[in-house]
Design a protein around this ligand. Structure first.
Ligand code: BF8
Ligand code: SF4
Length: 623
């Protein structure tokens, strides 16, 4: 769907360079057993595969059923997603811990506002130093114990949802112990009851939520709360006259230090011939972190990460963790682009490794920028071809930025004007778009078509992660895209826009952050539900990951449902081989969670189903 990507992919001189789309074609047909989730290699008697048509073999060698295998695989997927998010959280935690211990670092607390907000939330009536120590103790307890997890979740979720989860006995026993327990229960010959495994999946997804809520909050304390601002998105943000460094991955620590060191290197870049100095652009969630906090332009989202290199004008691609395609090394090899890995747990053959440590962040960042300037000197100008495509992008819709805006309208009850518009049907509902790109879907096709369908029905859209990237690239994060909304929603966005100081309407899609920031959306929904004295599941809201790919996105989708948000997924998940499991996830789960999964690959039908779901919720609320 992205013209910039299409242009470079189809360019005759670049045809020899293999990308994800080529490898996807070579991979066809993909294994049917795997597609259905019916293979198991959890022990060395396997791999075992269950016949999907009900014929023999109907059980693994150990005797486990198809539903058991599918549920067990789902648990493992969620555990990996939760581990990825919580490890990210730990990286931020450790920096704050060092600050609290007085270790000299280049990082400092950028948002005293967020820090105080958290102290208040957790009833910590302490000065700065003691407050920081105690806040970190709470985070640590949530990572490691049931008591800590209970405390953090009870303060974060609606009372009704918390009680429901407690009754179901799915409150995580701490983030890390829950991941451990989940992996344990999926060991050969342990949990074989698919219902019990699914409860385990729910519990582990809540550990994911907890880890990510800690990560997102602590990142805000350390790096600042995103505020409303304008930037630009798509490959046109790469500047032929600058040394271009793309930052890619998820951990904002590395990229933020590069950004902070950049001003010291503009002169050096100019001396090397780059008249515009050093230009930082973002890819995927690391890009999103810098986009929302610092207004750094976003080059592209996940499926087209290799395509950014094809512009011939990236001098360095700096990566940290998650969603980084190992193939980048081969693509960079075709150009002068330096691929630089920075984390000890994420190395790529063919890449240069510059290890990141918080204590030496400045030196590391300097070394990386110098490497990029050196690489620039050998840039082949004949190979430079940057599609002149980029879109205005309004971002920074953190809960704080939204509340700040609403406070200007109603100082006493900030949520009231928003809720009134929902009641009046001017905002028919809210849909969160999350998740990735996936080569099984034409890139961004589901995002764009669903957004158009839903916005037309006056549904307010919020986005995170690569969904936000998709909407940035196609212009839906710009106030100029107001026309995709129904008239009533247009009115609301024009009215709200009057209070931003930008003298522009708000865009149809509100970009709320990277994937760990999905917890921001839950915080807002919880606040609305508490105000109305209902649960999140009573609200006219839904989530959609129409092009999901990663294990993290499965974990997020599962916690969204666990927290009462009915969630659409647009790529067939690897569970359909378990008929009972599928029936539970798409239907019966409603009995216990009052929310379910909608599996639908057609974006138009999916939109209809979401609209129907929202209409039903409105009817139940009597609005
Ligand atoms: O955490 S949306 S492809 S970049 S997993 Fe990855 Fe998916 Fe993008 Fe960010 Ni989220
Ligand atoms: Fe096969 Fe059971 Fe071993 Fe899985 S755990 S590989 S189903 S024997």
């Amino acid at each position: 769907m992205d013209l910039a990507v299409q242009y470079l992919r189809r360019k005759p001189t670049l045809q020899e360079i293999e990308t994800g789309w080529d490898r996807f074609e070579k991979m066809q047909d993909q294994c049917g057993f795997g597609e259905l989730g019916l293979c198991c290699r959890n022990c060395l008697m396997g791999p075992c595969r269950i016949n999907p048509f009900g014929e023999s073999p109907t059980r693994g060698i150990c005797g486990i059923t198809a539903d058991g295998i599918v549920a067990r695989n789902l648990c493992r997927t969620i555990a990996v997603g939760a581990a990825a998010h919580s490890d990210h959280g730990i990286h931020i935690f450790e920096v704050l811990e060092k600050i609290s211990q007085g270790v000299k670092l280049k990082y400092s607390i950028k948002s005293p506002q967020k820090f105080e907000q958290l102290l208040k939330k957790f009833n910590l009536n302490l000065d700065f130093e003691k407050g920081l120590v105690e806040l970190l103790k709470l985070a640590h307890k949530a990572f490691t114990s049931l008591e800590g997890a209970m405390f953090w979740l009870e303060k974060t979720l609606t009372a009704k949802r918390f009680a429901k989860l407690k009754e179901l006995n799915v409150i995580p026993i701490g983030v890390d112990p829950t991941i451990r327990e989940t992996l344990h229960r999926t060991h050969m010959g342990t949990d074989a009851d698919y219902k019990n495994l699914l409860l385990g999946a729910i519990k582990c997804s809540l550990a994911d939520f907890l880890g990510m809520d800690i990560a997102s909050n602590l990142s805000d304390v350390l790096l600042g709360i995103p505020k409303l601002k304008f930037s630009i998105s798509n490959l046109g943000v790469i500047n032929a006259k600058a040394v271009n460094i793309a930052v890619h991955g998820h951990n904002p620590l590395v990229s933020t230090s590069i950004l902070e060191m950049t001003p010291f290197f503009h002169e050096k870049a100019k001396e090397a011939g780059a008249e515009d100095g050093v230009n930082i652009v973002g890819i995927c969630c690391t890009g999103t972190e810098l986009l929302l906090r610092n207004g750094i332009p976003l080059a592209t989202n996940s499926a087209s990460q290799e395509i950014a290199v094809l512009t011939g004008a990236l001098d360095a691609m700096v990566v940290d963790v998650q969603c980084i395609m190992p193939s980048l090394a081969d693509v960079c090899e075709c150009f002068h682009t330096k691929l630089i890995t920075t984390m000890s747990i994420a190395k790529i053959p063919g890449a240069m490794h510059v290890e990141f440590e918080p204590e030496t962040a400045e030196e590391t960042a300097s070394k990386i920028i110098e490497t990029a300037i050196e690489a620039y000197k050998s840039r082949n100008r004949k190979l430079v071809d940057i599609p002149n495509i980029c879109q205005e992008t309004m971002v920074g819709f953190s809960p704080e930025a939204i509340f700040e805006l609403l406070l200007k309208i109603n100082e006493k009850e900030p949520l009231k004007p928003f809720i009134d518009n929902v009641v009046l049907g001017k905002i028919f509902g809210i849909v969160l778009f999350a998740g990735c790109n996936n080569y099984k879907v034409v890139q961004d096709y589901n995002f764009i078509n669903m957004a158009k369908e839903l916005a037309r029905h006056n549904i307010l859209l919020v986005a995170t992660g690569c969904a936000g990237g998709a909407f940035g690239k196609c212009g839906f994060l710009s106030p100029s895209a107001l026309h995709i909304c129904g008239e009533k929603l247009q009115e609301v966005l024009i009215e709200l826009g009057k209070y931003t100081g930008f003298n522009r309407p708000l865009p149809p899609v509100w970009h709320m952050g990277s994937c760990v920031d999905n917890s921001r959306v839950i915080r807002i929904l919880s606040a609305i539900a508490e105000t109305l004295e209902v649960d999140i599941s009573d609200l006219p809201v839904a989530a959609s990951a129409p092009e999901l790919m990663s294990e993290k996105s499965i974990a997020i989708g599962t916690y969204a449902v666990s927290l009462g948000v009915t969630t659409h997924i647009g790529v067939t998940p690897q569970v359909l081989g378990g008929r009972e499991v599928t029936e539970v996830l798409t239907n019966k789960i409603t009995e216990i969670l009052d929310a379910k999964f909608i599996i639908e690959t057609d974006p138009f039908i999916a939109s209809q189903k979401i609209i129907e779901h929202i209409s039903n919720k409105r009817k139940k609320l009597g609005i």
